[in-house]
Design a protein around this ligand. Structure first.
Ligand code: DGY
Length: 320
């Protein structure tokens, strides 16, 4: 079987595949392939090691229906049409767990950076605008003993909640489709309705998959219900919040600030007004971007393809 690796991955992981005597075709660069290039490369392959977030939609699946397996290098799989993959009998895997702590770190970083307007102050220095500011000029707010609300308290949300509790003694509330017994036991987390989550959170952090139910779930009406001194954090997918509504809510002072690792579209355009707001911190979707975590994700993806190569089932298959 021949595997196509769509972008540069750690050498150790390439070796892992080579040790299995798999034939490898490799885009050994950081350049994202065009749709046409990806399809063309896949036509020559049996397995796809899909690095990044290429849109593997129904037409891609149809063009590549001969594939025997696709390994994604992300926990989210909204960029792959699983119904189409299933229709053609292609198993698809993701990379859960190994990135939970790192993605939670990113949410924590944004929470703290936003609360202290850190990116704004850094921009001031770069612009040569560091001067003797007033005593009360562009102050931050503190997280100590505040309430963290988690929307989607799964593996990543739990890691964030643990950090928030340990570092700042934050009270944890959450809203999920189902109760999280571990969080309730470990952190005294309280399950609340969606409206209570909006109304009670000082920091509201989003950790959910993008689905038809969660798309644009955080809109103008939600932001109106939140506290005026609340911070909104999103490290999941940019389409979970309605960006124009978020901008308006921040401009009108309905919210205190926002920290985003995900935007809609990505990349965010440089003229986006969010980038000029002192109380907003934006990162370019680097939630899992550490050497250790990316290596663990790539290793997991490789092991899923190796399982197919040996005639087995992918351990992290997301479609049946
Ligand atoms: C994930 O793993 O889903 C990250 O957001 C990268 O896309």
């Amino acid at each position: 079987m021949k595997v196509f690796i769509s972008r540069r991955i750690p050498e150790d992981v390439v070796r892992l595949l080579q040790q299995e005597n798999m034939e490898i075709a490799y885009n050994n660069s950081d350049r994202k392939l065009s749709r046409e290039e990806l399809v063309e490369a896949c036509l020559e392959a049996d397995l796809l090691f899909n690095v990044g977030s290429a849109d593997l939609n129904a037409s891609f699946m149809e063009s590549c229906k001969h594939l025997k397996g696709i390994a994604l290098t992300s926990v989210g799989y909204d960029h792959a049409d699983l119904h189409a993959a299933t229709r053609y009998g292609i198993p698809v895997s993701n990379t859960p767990d190994v990135l939970s702590k790192t993605t939670a770190d990113t949410a924590f970083l944004l929470m703290l950076a936003t609360s202290r307007k850190a990116f704004y102050w850094s921009r001031q220095i770069e612009r040569g605008a560091w001067k003797d500011n007033g005593f009360l000029y562009e102050l931050g707010i503190e997280l100590n003993r505040k309430t963290l609300g988690v929307f989607g308290l799964g593996r990543i949300g739990l890691e964030l909640a643990k950090m928030a509790k340990a570092a700042y003694g934050m009270t944890v509330i959450y809203h999920n489709r189902s109760r999280n017994a571990e969080a309730e036991e470990l952190l005294d987390a309280r399950y609340v309705s969606f409206d209570e989550l909006l109304e009670e959170s000082d920091v509201l952090s989003v950790h959910t998959n993008l689905t038809p139910e969660t798309q644009y779930r955080f809109d103008a009406e939600c932001f109106r219900k939140m506290k005026k001194n609340a911070i909104f954090i999103n490290t999941s997918r940019g389409k979970v919040h309605h960006e124009k509504d978020l901008i308006r809510a921040l401009q009108e002072g309905q919210l205190w600030g926002a920290g985003l690792d995900v935007t809609d579209p990505e990349p965010m355009l440089p003229e986006n007004p969010l980038l000029q707001m002192p109380n907003v911190c934006v990162l370019p979707h680097i939630g899992s971007a550490t050497l250790e975590t990316r290596t663990a994700m790539a290793t997991m993806a490789a092991k899923n393809l190796i399982a197919v190569y040996h005639g087995g089932k992918m351990p992290q298959v997301v479609n049946k």
